[in-house]
Structures are given as structure tokens and as C-alpha cells.
Design a protein around this ligand. Structure first.
Ligand code: 5RP
Length: 226
């Protein structure tokens, strides 16, 4: 699996040119991309490539690997954003957020000229929600109320815990994450909008109709979906 992640991360470098502002996703696949991007910048002496990180984790990785970083409020535009995903359906709708960075990821990826997704073949599903719950970032005080509201959608939601001892996972924005299991997600775009209408929901991990290109690592090589 790590081999496949490395292969897609390497392939993603073909999309990078000098003078680009690159959105840096979060997670283990993107971590390889950030590492390779740092090497590319050094070897090709690219002077004007900057990363816009989607989390503290990717910001630190970028700095460690020699990728200069800028905040979203310091750039006019994002040329390309590169990120992993937890599920990809045949229409390239995604579930993201295992790394709890979904809000900043969606803001940056929505703004990018091209959103490039990197996955291994285990992430491809016939319909979203088949394997993974939908992560929902919520205002902490509202977590229980929102978990109850979500039952209206024929779903069950659990508060994501770091551990019993450490308590709930807290996002970079100081919020909690609910993981919601849906019986069936028939219309991802509709559900994405509906969930964000619940007061106290900051953002949810359905990324409908936003991915431009998906690179899939398979045993036969990297495949491109668009
Ligand atoms: C983080 C994410 C990740 O991109 C997603 O969880 C995939 O991660 P990995 O590449 O480690 O499988 O959405 O919030």
C-alpha cells in the first residue's frame, strides 16, 4: 500500500511547474507528495513554488522538507491543490477527513484552479459511505445536538475520540469531529448541502463535484480518472 501511495505522489510532480502556488493536503499520501515536492524544488532549483498548507501537520512537513509556505490570505490564487481522499465514487465525488483537516482542505481545494486527488485503488467505491463514515466538523458545544439531528438522515453519528484518557479529537480550528454512518448516500451533493445547513456544523467531509483529476495507484501502475 505504501508503494502505491508513493507512486501516485511521484506522478503528481508532473503537474508542478515553477511559479505555482500549490495547496498542500493532509494525510499519509500527501505527506509523500510534500516530501517529493521539497526534493523537486531543490533539484530543479524552482524559485517561485509556494505551498499553502491545509493543516498544521502539512505546514510542518512542508517546512521540514524545504517547501516554502504561505497562508491562504497571502496568495491571490491557488494554481493546483494536491490531496488524498478516503473514498472516491465513479463520478469522482469524495469522502475526506480521516485526518480531521476537512474544513481547510475544502476551502483551499474549492479555490484551486485544479484539484488533484491521490489515492490507492482500495479507496475506489461504487457509492460513497460504503466503507467510511462521513466526518463532520462541529462547534464543540453543539456536538450532541447535531448527532441527534443527523438521525433524521437515517444515520448514526459518533464523537471522534483521541482516546478515553485524552478525550475528543480537537481540530486545528478548535472544533470536534462527528463520524456519521449513513444507510445509503444517494445524492452526495444534496447531502453535503443539507449537512452544512444544520446549525453548529462547520463543514462536512463530502466533497461533491470538486475533484478535477484522480490519480489511482494500482498494482498495474498509476491510472488517471477525470
Ligand atoms: C485528511 C484527509 C486525507 O486526505 C484522507 O484521510 C486520506 O488520507 P491518507 O492519504 O492517509 O489515506 O482527508 O483530512
Amino acid at each position: 500500500m505504501e508503494e502505491l501511495k508513493r507512486a501516485v505522489a511521484k506522478e503528481a510532480l508532473k503537474f508542478i511547474e515553477d511559479d505555482m502556488i500549490v495547496g498542500l493536503g493532509t494525510g499519509s499520501t500527501t505527506a509523500y507528495f510534500i516530501e517529493y515536492l521539497g526534493k523537486l524544488i531543490m533539484e530543479e532549483e524552482l524559485e517561485d513554488v509556494y505551498g499553502v498548507p491545509t493543516s498544521y501537520q502539512s505546514r510542518m512537513l512542508a517546512i521540514e522538507n524545504g517547501v516554502p509556505v504561505l497562508g491562504l490570505d497571502e496568495v491571490d490564487a491557488i494554481d493546483i491543490a494536491v490531496d488524498g481522499a478516503d473514498e472516491v465514487d465513479p463520478q469522482l465525488n469524495l469522502i475526506k477527513g480521516r485526518g480531521a483537516a476537512l474544513t481547510m482542505e475544502k476551502i483551499i481545494e474549492y479555490r484551486a484552479g485544479t484539484f488533484l486527488v491521490l489515492v490507492d485503488e482500495s479507496k475506489l467505491v461504487e457509492s460513497l459511505g460504503q466503507k467510511m463514515p462521513v466526518p463532520i466538523e462541529v462547534i464543540p458545544a453543539a456536538w450532541r445536538a447535531i448527532a441527534e439531528e443527523i438521525e433524521v438522515f437515517n444515520a448514526t453519528a459518533e464523537l471522534r475520540m483521541a482516546s478515553k484518557k485524552d478525550g475528543p479529537v480537537v481540530t486545528d480550528n478548535g472544533n470536534f469531529i462527528l463520524d456519521a454512518r449513513f444507510h445509503r448516500i444517494e445524492d452526495p451533493l444534496d447531502l453535503e448541502i443539507e449537512l452544512n445547513n444544520i446549525p453548529g456544523v462547520v463543514e462536512n467531509g463530502i466533497f461533491a463535484d470538486i475533484a478535477d483529476i484522480v490519480l489511482v495507484g494500482t498494482k498495474e501502475g498509476v491510472k488517471r480518472l477525470e
